[in-house]
Design a binder for this molecule. Structure first.
Ligand SMILES: C[S@@+](CC[C@H](N)C(=O)[O-])C[C@H]1O[C@@H](n2cnc3c(N)ncnc32)[C@H](O)[C@@H]1O
Length: 231
């Protein structure tokens, strides 16, 4: 599979920045994802991400590490961190930035156990579809040490369906409104279409309960986003 995302990260890391990644979904037009954002330092992270980093403890798994920004911060704080991603370029950049334990692994293939599992920048996206969420949660649960926790962020994107008179235009027969077809392109190349899941807190809570996990709302962000702690 073409690793367009990884190519963009590698270009940026090697100082060859010319353009940003462009993303679009079935309900939104083209939008730029600034590459610099994926290389953000602690001071440039949202309050929600900073909170997640404060709560992280013990042995940490950073799932979908991207350029490794959260892993790097936690490793520098002295925590034992493993970063995983399905993008070869992302893992290479994470290693080159100094993260000692970064591996090309999909979350469903991970087998070690951890005290904290971190899923940041719409962490529920990795679940792809609401129907697959219990399966991912069950697997994450199997990777938790006793007293372990999952720190995950997402956004209730219901606002994206609001029309000018304050009503909602959702198709009642469509799938869950947070399931989006997601297209990513970089320098004229397109990555294969994927599904990316945004989960509102109550739906995440229900999915957690269905697999015997507790879920609490840690913090709400400035734009319908939130951080949850699952244990
Ligand atoms: C939106 S990026 C987030 C990057 C990083 N967490 C951050 O906050 O900057 C999502 C990342 O998840 C990775 N990813 C997608 N599916 C995955 C899976 N099944 N297992 C591990 N990583 C995955 C993607 O390759 C991408 O790097």
């Amino acid at each position: 599979m073409k690793d367009i995302f990884g190519k963009a990260l590698l270009d940026y890391f090697s100082g060859d920045f010319t353009v940003n990644i462009v993303t679009s979904t079935n309900i939104s037009d083209d939008d730029e994802l600034p590459l610099a954002y994926l290389f953000r330092e602690y001071k440039d992270m949202s309050k929600l991400e900073q909170k997640a980093l404060h709560l992280a403890k013990g042995k940490v798994l950073d799932v979908g590490c991207g350029a490794g920004s959260h892993s790097l911060y936690l490793q520098n704080k002295g925590l034992d961190v493993k970063a995983i991603d399905v993008s070869e370029g992302a893992v290479e950049v994470t290693q080159k930035r100094g993260v000692k334990n970064a591996s090309l692994t999909s979350i469903l293939d991970e087998t070690e156990t951890f005290d904290t599992i971190l899923l940041m920048m719409n962490g529920t996206g990795i679940f792809q579809e609401l129907s697959k969420t219990p399966h991912y949660l069950k697997h994450l649960k199997s990777l938790l040490n006793p007293d372990g926790q999952i720190l995950i962020d997402s956004t209730d994107i219901k606002y994206m369906y609001e029309d000018d008179d304050g009503g909602y235009w959702q198709d009642m027969h469509a799938n869950y409104y947070g399931e989006l077809d997601y297209l990513l392109s970089y320098k004229g190349e397109e990555a294969p279409l994927t599904t990316w899941l945004y989960l509102d807190f109550n739906t995440l809570l229900t999915a957690c309960k269905s697999v015997g996990l507790n879920c609490e709302l840690v913090m709400e962000g400035e734009h319908y986003d939130y951080l949850a702690r699952i244990f």
